[in-house]
Design a protein around this ligand. Structure first.
Ligand code: ADP
Ligand code: ADP
Length: 222
């Protein structure tokens, strides 16, 4: 089977994974696969998957592994991932990481796992100020990454909205879920020699440059 490049972005909610993945798509020629975006797309279209996911997302809990893993497996059969993907928001616990290792194994496994560091205080400020385009999913911030016109997406003129789960009460639980379920992945990937840590508190373009240094080099040898 052909080798594929799989980058797994790790970091607390709000670390900048989605922002960086969207910027990297074009630079690396690899699509972003965001499980959160796929759930939100299903929610918008009122599919059975979207309705199921909503009951977990509203509480800041993880959608069951079985459903999530199957969804990622399906996504990875599409033609745009023939060279690999930038995974954003998946895997999110050890069971998903183990399942993804098996999915990726025939293609050479996970290539690298950048961990984007920011503090919980910064995460809270970022998430509560986050605004998302209803049509294309582009991500903005009311202070740190403003659109040219307030409330309107620069890319397609779509309406910007605040995610239901970006309210402070839900964010606190999402951070709790991150430390409990997702942070064990740091040790998991470290032990495999795949972890690469980055300072996520720098401006968006500087984090992007750091990531490109890291991933570009990795891609060149892949
Ligand atoms: P994640 O996907 O990790 O949850 P996002 O990419 O959605 O994070 O970013 C969360 C919020 O923080 C968004 O409003 C985004 O515009 C903003 N943001 C992302 N990266 C930075 C950065 N380096 N500096 C300041 N704000 C940022
Ligand atoms: P953030 O970018 O702020 O970290 P996401 O968009 O990745 O948030 O996720 C939003 C919600 O979607 C999560 O709180 C969870 O309910 C659900 N979700 C996303 N990815 C996964 C996953 N890999 N496993 C289970 N649930 C997920």
């Amino acid at each position: 089977m052909n080798r594929r490049t799989f980058f797994v972005l790790l970091g607390v909610p709000g670390a900048g994974k989605g922002t960086q993945a969207k910027l990297l798509e074009e630079r690396l020629g690899l699509p972003q696969v965001s499980t959160g975006d796929i759930f939100r797309y299903n929610l918008k279209n009122e599919t059975a998957l979207g309705i199921l996911a909503k009951s977990y997302m509203d509480k800041g809990e993880l959608v069951p592994d079985e459903v999530t893993i199957r969804m990622v497996e399906d996504r990875l059969t599409q033609s745009d991932v023939a060279k690999g993907a930038i995974l954003d928001g998946f895997p999110r616990n050890l069971a998903q990481a183990d399942a993804f290792d098996k999915i990726a194994a025939p293609y050479g496994g996970v290539s690298l796992v950048p961990l984007i560091h920011i503090s919980d205080e910064e995460a809270m400020t970022r998430i509560t100020g986050r605004r998302v385009c209803r049509s294309c999913g582009a991500v903005y911030h009311i202070d740190f990454n403003q659109p040219q016109r307030a409330g309107v997406c620069d890319l397609d003129g779509g309406e910007l909205y605040q995610r239901d789960d970006d309210k402070p009460e839900t964010v606190r639980n999402r951070l709790y879920v991150y430390y409990k379920q997702t942070s064990p992945l740091i040790g998991y990937y470290y032990a495999k020699g795949l972890l690469a840590e980055l300072d996520g508190t720098r401006p968006i373009d500087q984090v992007q440059a750091d990531l490109l240094d890291l991933l570009g080099a990795e891609e060149a040898v892949a």
